[in-house]
Write a protein that binds this ligand. Structure first.
Ligand code: PRP
Length: 213
């Protein structure tokens, strides 16, 4: 390493909030705000290079050590798992995993095996295993709310933020599965090899987060 750390940021919803936090820490994020076609952005006033990536790729890059740090949602961490340190709850990107069903329908109270659709099969499996309940899990790639409407599933496990998507589709949450927010993750070897650099970055971040609390 040339004295610079590399961080992977999750593109999309978490990206703007991450950049806001970095700016508040005194990091000039101008290159990230107007990225053009470049994929790696060197911050001009702090030894940090920024890579923008899809959430599961953030974990892959950090696990393999090609990025020392990452910002990713707890939803992706719970679904994908992996070997890294999860060091800080960044407080933004707050939402929850919930079990939802068609309004006024029942999910429990039958011996029939329930069918649950989700983009997060591992989270769903762990939740129902924790209850000792056998369910059939159907993996859906997008708009999982359709599954109960089309009678493909008895319920869904999905991210709920405002609850508007469920409501507009005649569904209602009946149980919380897990709380979600953005987390800072660190590669295990980087934590030892670049202890001073990472400590400096983490203390700036913690100071900022505490200041906001
Ligand atoms: C998520 C989730 C719901 C929606 C919930 O999808 O799958 O559809 O947000 O938000 P709400 O409670 O505020 O209505 P997202 O928009 O992230 O798109 P995705 O399908 O690409 O995951």
């Amino acid at each position: 390493m040339s004295g610079r750390l590399r961080i992977a940021l999750t593109k999309g919803r978490l990206q703007n909030k991450s950049v806001e936090l970095f700016e508040a820490m005194g990091l000039d994020c101008a290159p990230v705000c107007s990225p053009g076609r470049r994929l790696i952005h060197e911050l001009p006033n702090y030894p940090l290079d920024v890579v923008l990536a899809k959430a599961p790729d953030v974990i892959t890059y950090v696990e393999h050590g090609v990025c020392d740090l990452g910002v990713v949602g707890k939803d992706t961490i719970l679904e994908k798992g992996g070997a890294f340190y999860e060091v800080l709850d960044l407080g933004f990107g707050r939402c929850r995993f919930a079990l939802a069903v068609k309004k006024d329908s029942s999910f429990y109270g039958t011996y029939k095996t329930r069918r649950v659709a989700s983009k997060y099969p591992n989270v769903t499996r762990a939740f129902f295993e924790g209850k000792g309940m056998d369910v059939d899990i159907i993996k859906i790639e997008g708009s999982v709310e359709l599954a109960p409407i089309l009678n493909l599933a008895d319920g869904i496990v999905d991210i709920v933020e405002t609850g508007a998507t469920l409501k507009e589709n005649g569904l209602e949450p009946i149980e919380d599965v897990a709380q979600v927010s953005a987390r800072l993750i660190v590669n295990t070897a980087s934590m030892k090899l670049y202890k001073n650099e990472i400590t400096d970055f983490l203390s700036r971040m913690e100071r900022e987060l505490e200041g906001e609390a």
